[in-house]
Unconditional design. Structure first.
Length: 323
């Protein structure tokens, strides 16, 4: 447990507000629900006296806050390699490999990114989910931002909710769309298969933008940008418009192979057993300094190798047609 002491004076612009409202403006690095909890615990004094969250404050009153940060989760630190793209006092940006679960959940007790983060920096135990503010599916690769301080955590969560963090992906899909587009369709639990998501009436609003990066023979490499961040969003949306991701075990459907392809191409597609999805680029304003920042992560080797094989397949087809 870590205790941090803060002091402040109620100014004229805060006079007449409820105590919890005034604290949210004075100490904006903490969430209002957390501040309310500290008021109830007696960790907030107004002119030396405890108050209730609904009590009104007046100009000139002196506020003392003893903020306490406690270990949030009973997750053990584990020595798991991390590819760190950026690190400072408030932020970590990591490139997640395929096969790494982001945090413990049903059926996954350890061996996750959260375990790895706690080993890298034990102080992350004071933050919810060790500072993780968004997630990638187990078999999706690429960039994730992690908070390292309470102020960064709060502001990153707010930036995600306000859609001020840009996340760009590369996805290899089955099919040949003629142009880019926008998918706006609500996502929720599949009505029958509860471990899957689906486009469903009454689901949460979700918007995905995509454009063609590279057409192949019966596949297309897309650049995809998320406007919202629902579970399995890109996978569900692309399958919904009949361009499922290559290798997707949940939404990909039956394996489709290029007609007349050589054995190398057939083998490459048959053995690619995960969704071909990579979080390529991350853009945001630093939550503390306000500096505009951006990072890119190259495609992982298995994805890159599959693309090379499909490019050779396309060239071979063009050569046969030419001759």
């Amino acid at each position: 447990m870590q205790e941090i002491r803060h002091e402040g004076i109620i100014g004229g612009e805060l006079s007449g507000l409820r105590l919890d409202q005034a604290l949210a403006r004075l100490f904006g690095d903490y969430s209002r629900s957390r501040l309310q909890g500290w008021i109830r615990e007696g960790r907030v004094l107004v002119d030396g006296q405890p108050r209730k969250p609904r009590d009104k404050v007046v100009s000139g009153e002196r506020i003392e806050l003893r903020a306490v940060l406690e270990r949030q989760v009973p997750v053990q630190a584990q020595e798991i390699p991390l590819e760190i793209v950026h690190e400072d006092e408030h932020l970590l940006v990591v490139s997640k490999p395929a096969g790494l679960v982001v945090h413990p959940a049903a059926g996954v007790a350890d061996g996750t990114l959260q375990n790895a983060l706690l080993y890298h920096d034990a102080r992350l135990a004071l933050l919810p989910r060790a500072g993780i503010v968004h997630r990638l599916d187990k078999e999706t690769t690429g960039l994730m931002v992690v908070a390292r301080s309470p102020v960064a955590h709060k502001r990153l969560v707010e930036a995600l909710q306000a859609r001020r963090i840009d996340r760009h992906y590369q996805a290899l899909v089955v099919g040949r769309p003629t142009a880019g587009g926008r998918v706006e369709a609500p996502i929720g639990r599949h009505p029958v298969q509860r471990t899957r998501m689906a486009v469903v009436e009454g689901g949460k609003p979700a918007v995905t933008h995509y454009r063609i990066a590279e057409p192949l023979r019966i596949h297309t490499l897309l650049d995809v940008k998320l406007e919202s961040g629902r579970t399995h969003q890109i996978r569900v949306h692309m399958a919904h418009i009949h361009y499922p991701l290559v290798g997707d075990p949940a939404y990909g459907g039956r394996l489709k192979l290029p007609p007349g392809a050589d054995e190398e191409t057939l083998q490459a597609l048959r053995t690619f057993r995960r969704q071909a999805l990579h979080a390529r680029c991350l853009e945001l304003e630093h939550p503390v300094t306000g500096e505009a920042m951006a990072w890119e992560a190259p495609l992982p080797e298995d994805f890159s190798s599959l693309l090379d094989v499909l490019r050779r397949d396309l060239l071979a087809r063009k050569f046969r047609e030419f001759t």
